[in-house]
Every structure is written in structure tokens, then in C-alpha cells.
Design a protein around this ligand. Structure first.
Ligand code: CDV
Length: 303
């Protein structure tokens, strides 16, 4: 018996500043409806899928900043997406900025959730590897202020049993770190979902600009193969408020091969039937339990 999960990777084009959350949610629902009509089990949206990618701008006014974050999930504005998904029995991954006011101080995270076919949140990830800087760099063409607007996630890398397999999540820059895939694979992840906002140039390292697409694929193809899992990576692409971002929404098999990829820099559904059983041969090949040698790696334990 095969375990095929038909997945729609829902690339997003730019979200202009000032567009209402309601409008964005309607756009997500349209994609979800198309994916459901195509028989998909799961639709994966991008990182911070409800707003423009505000970490590209210096914002000092807290009230202005707060408007980009969700206090609850679902909330009344996003509820129609949950309802549409449950009505069509399609699961989804959604990235958003989270403002957590439950503790003694407000905390801000770059978050994703995994919602099952019944519309229940089954998993939550808070981005761990935050790129960029916290200081103001007004001379840059754009900024990467995630270290100012978020703190590193406190939920670790987790997996969830759903859709007939083990599913893990990460967000954007997390994909560049081998630890992400290995920690998830050690927990049995067969499918890793992620959204991203990746500019096609790096203000501090223009010499790497020509390699942006290559590095995007390199880290995920290696992560998929070395850990024997599917990876579904979804872009917010195109020129958003003057920042040009890559597309290349990609579905990668446990072999490391790219199975499907976007062709545009706008809204686009990339669909592929992912057979989770394809993980098995690669897990057998590497057999972590039998072949990893953590006690021989010479690592001095970090405090
Ligand atoms: N949103 C991101 O995490 N973007 C980073 C960029 C800034 C390098 C990325 O890893 O794609």
C-alpha cells in the first residue's frame, strides 16, 4: 500500500502594503479551493502569508508594528480559511507573525501552523534561525530586520503524526541549517513543510547574489537526501514594495530530486502526489540508529 499525499505548494505573488487581511485571506481561499478541486490533501502557504514581509522595513511605532501580527489563531479574519479547508477536507500549512501576550511580556514570533483536514491545529512551529540584523541600516536598499521584530522560536523542531505520516515544519532561514532536517528526521519526519521570503540579492554580500537560487535549492536537496524526507518549500515571490524575491517554489523527493517547481514570480499552484513510502529506502540506506556515530564526532557539549 502506498501512502500518497497530494500536495499543492501555493506560491504567493507580492502582497502590497495596505491591502486588508480580508483580501489576503480571500486570495488564500481561492488557492485552497483550486487545490481541493484538484484532489489535493494538503496546501502549503508561504512564510508570513497574511501580510507583506514587514521585516524589510524599519518600524518604530509599536501600534504600526502590531498590525502585522496575529494575537490568536484562528481569529475572526482567518476563520473563513479554516472553514473553507474543513468543508473541503484539505489540510494546510500557514505562516504568520505571532504576538503572544499570554506571559508577563509580549513576545513576537515568526510562526507556522499545521491544520488537519478537520480544521484542527495539530502543530505549531516558531522560526528558530532568524536572519538579518536588529540595527537600522537605512543605506541598504532594503533591510532584514527579523532579529528586531521576532525572538527565536521556543518550541524546538517537532513532528506530528497526520496525513498518514510524520510531518515536520520549519520556516525560511531554518532551511539553510542542517540541524533542522536532522533533528526532524531523528524524530521520523517523512515530510517537511516550509514557507519563505527570500530576496534575490543580499545587501551585505552582493558577491553571492548570482548564487541565491542555487543555494536555495542546494540546502534543501541535500537536506532531503541526507535525511530521507520530502520537502515542500513555498515562496512569496516577485517584487513586493520594491524588494525583489525569488520564486522557485519546490517539491523535493527523498532522493534529493526536484519533482515539481514554480515557473513564475506570482500566484501559482505547484502540485505533486508525494509518496511518503519513498522515504523508507533512504532511511534504510542511512539507518541512523545503526550508523550514526555521535560519540565519535568530537563535539564538546555546548552549555
Ligand atoms: N525570511 C528569511 O528567513 N529570509 C532569509 C534571507 C534574508 C536570507 C532566507 O534565508 O531566505
Amino acid at each position: 500500500m502506498t501512502r500518497i499525499v497530494k500536495i499543492a505548494a501555493a506560491q504567493s505573488g507580492p502582497i502590497p502594503l495596505g491591502v486588508s487581511r480580508e483580501t489576503v485571506v480571500r486570495r488564500l481561499i481561492e488557492k485552497l479551493q483550486a487545490a481541493a478541486a484538484d484532489g489535493c490533501d494538503l496546501i502549503v502557504f508561504s512564510e508570513c502569508a497574511l501580510t507583506p514581509f514587514f521585516p524589510h522595513w524599519w518600524i518604530e511605532n509599536e501600534e504600526e508594528l502590531d498590525q502585522y501580527y496575529e494575537l490568536r489563531m484562528p481569529n475572526p479574519v482567518v476563520q473563513p480559511l479554516f472553514d473553507a479547508a474543513a468543508a473541503r477536507q484539505i489540510a494546510f500549512y500557514l505562516g504568520y507573525a505571532e504576538l503572544d501576550v499570554a506571559g508577563d511580556r509580549p513576545r513576537r514570533f515568526n510562526t507556522s501552523i499545521l491544520v488537519d483536514k478537520a480544521g484542527a491545529i495539530v502543530g505549531k512551529h516558531r522560526k528558530i534561525h532568524l536572519p538579518g540584523h536588529a540595527d537600522h541600516r537605512p543605506d541598504n536598499p532594503f533591510q532584514n530586520l527579523e532579529k528586531r521584530y521576532f525572538e527565536s522560536g521556543d518550541l524546538g523542531f517537532q513532528t506530528w503524526s497526520t496525513l498518514g505520516g510524520k510531518v515536520g515544519m520549519c520556516i525560511c532561514n531554518d532551511r539553510r541549517w542542517p540541524e533542522t532536517y536532522r533533528v526532524l528526521a531523528l524524530q521520523g519526519a517523512e515530510l517537511i513543510l516550509l514557507g519563505y521570503n527570500t530576496p534575490d540579492n543580499i545587501p551585505e554580500h552582493p558577491e553571492m547574489d548570482r548564487l541565491v537560487n542555487f543555494h536555495h535549492q542546494l540546502c534543501m536537496q541535500a537536506g532531503a537526501y541526507q535525511n530521507g524526507c520530502w520537502i515542500v518549500a513555498v515562496a512569496k515571490a516577485g517584487v513586493e514594495e520594491g524588494v525583489s524575491q525569488i520564486g522557485l517554489t519546490t517539491i523535493i523527493a527523498p532522493s534529493g530530486e526536484i519533482k515539481a517547481q514554480s515557473q513564475s514570480l506570482g500566484d501559482e499552484l505547484v502540485v505533486f502526489p508525494c509518496d511518503l513510502d519513498e522515504s523508507i529506502a533512504y532511511r534504510e540506506l542511512f539507518d541512523f540508529q545503526a550508523n550514526r556515530r555521535p560519540h565519535h564526532y568530537g563535539l564538546i557539549a555546548e552549555s
